[in-house]
Design a protein around this ligand. Structure first.
Ligand SMILES: Cc1cc2nc3c(=O)[nH]c(=O)nc-3n(C[C@H](O)[C@H](O)[C@H](O)COP(=O)(O)OP(=O)(O)OC[C@H]3O[C@@H](n4cnc5c(N)ncnc54)[C@H](O)[C@@H]3O)c2cc1C
Length: 295
């Protein structure tokens, strides 16, 4: 679309772009328009344009928690890619498009501790805020001080502080807002570089031992239940290795559904439903997906 290209430049706009190129599951049909946006002012211009033309907007980060249907996504998909990081003593401000591992290494260089848990979470900092991503001893809730976002409904810039974000297990207020997160403020603690590095290495090793990182996935497919561990129930149903098309319940970690070869989104969705059904029949427990499904 000419107007979007005028705002962003032709190299930042693609048409009928396969979402399989932008998701860690490596599945998903085409986005009608896919745009890489690298500043807040351009973001607001694009939002204005879409509102005037009634074009629906979908926001993605690094696609590491997304299952996009084979039909793809109508309208405009925005990936916010600004990736600045600024550090002032123990206070850090970064753009939403910063990749977690890059921030983790930058914090390591600056002897700042508190983000080690996220170094191996393969998404953006904005995606991590949205999901209240967490692992081992940490979650975003513990380090975020504020978040700036563009409210898509009003096209205004807003700021929200930690106590208003309603962080809980894999939840934040952003699931109920129509927003593009573009800046995150965080606070860390000073520590010895060696301590931080040791922690990061240990977490990486643990991931390599326990997770099927050799296959495309979106991490844990299901959330933990209030009184049960989803992966344990799936394992106890004998579902490890169960396959539909190219989608399989990982033989290494029952909580992961992996793409073992040319799966499409339907294979994965069918397998999710099958696992939910079998677990319900045996344990009367409902497995809720952690993965965000875009149909
Ligand atoms: C191998 C593997 C291991 C994983 N391990 C973990 C783990 O240990 N802990 C964990 O919590 N997760 C884990 N995940 C899941 C995933 O990495 C996290 O949920 C991550 O935070 C998602 O970030 P993303 O940038 O990829 O977001 P996406 O997957 O692209 O999007 C996730 C959600 O965030 C929204 N979003 C993204 N960017 C923005 C933005 N700028 N503004 C507004 N909304 C936005 C999207 O609309 C979507 O609803 C893992 C995934 C994989 C593949």
């Amino acid at each position: 679309m000419k107007e979007i290209e005028d705002i962003l430049g032709t190299d930042k706009v693609r048409y009928n772009e396969p979402m399989s190129r932008h998701t860690s599951f490596k599945v998903g049909g085409p986005a009608e328009i896919f745009a890489l946006v690298d500043s807040v002012s351009k973001l607001q211009e694009i939002i204005e344009l879409c509102k005037n033309k009634n074009i629906p907007i979908t926001i993605v980060g690094n696609g590491s928690n997304l299952l996009v249907s084979d039909d793809g996504i109508k309208g405009l998909v925005i990936k916010y890619i600004a990736n600045d990081i600024s550090i002032n003593e123990t206070e850090v401000v970064c753009s939403g498009g910063v990749i977690n591992s890059i921030l983790a290494n930058k914090l390591l260089e600056n002897c700042l501790s508190g983000f080690e848990f996220a170094a191996g979470i393969p998404g953006t900092v904005a995606g991590a805020v949205y999901m209240n991503a967490g692992a081992f001893d940490g979650e975003m809730k513990n380090i975020v001080t504020y978040v700036k976002y563009v409210d898509i409904d009003t096209n205004e810039i807003k700021i929200i502080h930690n106590n208003e974000i309603k962080f809980s297990y894999r939840e934040s207020i952003f699931k109920n807002l129509n927003a593009v997160i573009f800046e995150i403020g965080m606070k860390f603690n000073k520590d010895e570089k060696e301590n931080i590095e040791t922690k990061m290495k240990a977490y990486k090793e643990k991931r390599m031992q326990t997770q099927p990182l050799e296959y495309p996935s979106a991490g844990s497919t299901f959330k933990r239940g209030k009184d049960f561990i989803s992966a344990k129930l799936i394992d106890e149903c004998g579902l490890k290795g169960y396959k539909i098309g190219g989608a399989q319940v990982s033989t290494k970690h029952a909580g992961f559904i992996v793409n073992v070869g040319n799966a499409n989104a339907k294979d994965i969705l069918d397998l999710i439903e099958y696992v939910q059904k079998v677990v319900y029949e045996k344990f009367e427990k409902n497995l809720e997906t952690e993965v965000r499904i875009i149909r």
